[in-house]
Design a protein around this ligand. Sequence first.
Ligand SMILES: Nc1ncnc2c1ncn2[C@@H]1O[C@H](COP(=O)(O)OP(=O)(O)OP(=O)(O)O)[C@@H](O)[C@H]1O
Length: 204
Amino acid sequence: MDVTDVHHSYRQHAVLGGVDLRLRPGTLAGIVGENGAGKTTLLKVLAGELRPDRGTVRHRGRFGYCPQAVVLDDSFTVRQHLDFFRSAFGLPDLLRAREVMEILAFTEYLDHRAGLLSGGSRQKLNLTLALMHDPDVLLLDEPYQGFDWETYLRFWELATSLRDAGRSVLVVSHLAYDIDRLDLLWRLEGGRLHRQDTRTEATA
Ligand SMILES: Nc1ncnc2c1ncn2[C@@H]1O[C@H](COP(=O)(O)OP(=O)(O)OP(=O)(O)O)[C@@H](O)[C@H]1O
């Protein structure tokens, strides 16, 4: 993924003021920043949900996006969500979805309605839907919100295995504890990305 000189404002409010970013295959990267720094705005631009005022975003291969606001229908079960997305992605089966659900310890919820899931379980479904087509470039907005410690660790194992399989993974969060797991880390501040050392503690 190549991002060059991206700008975005909401009317007079400038949020992104020249973001440059390059994600190579086989990279696990993070972006941290304070509340309101513009992280979600940046991901929406990268995902094509928002058009930048200026600049370009290019990527190759399959694309996955796990937004911060969960896009689920409360009246559908987990299984119905999987079937719906399988059809939308044109997948022959749910093999990868099942693998991700196993890793996240979520398989027992297949016949539960989304509206009755806990916050953490909704996030597991959200993540499964973003991963089930095995994307080459994966953007994750606050992916571990609501996860218990065990699931949080499993999430990092999953992210690391995707990186090792040659995928590009970008994790965006206002908190970054395990930054030594990342190959690259930026802080979004003043509308721009600033490279950070991944060997020191960096919390936003
Ligand atoms: N649709 C919108 N219209 C106007 N202003 C917006 C809109 N969305 C976000 N903003 C503003 O843009 C700024 C950046 O918001 P954004 O949600 O991108 O930040 P963030 O870094 O993701 O924050 P958080 O960590 O709280 O999720 C904030 O000042 C916010 O109020």
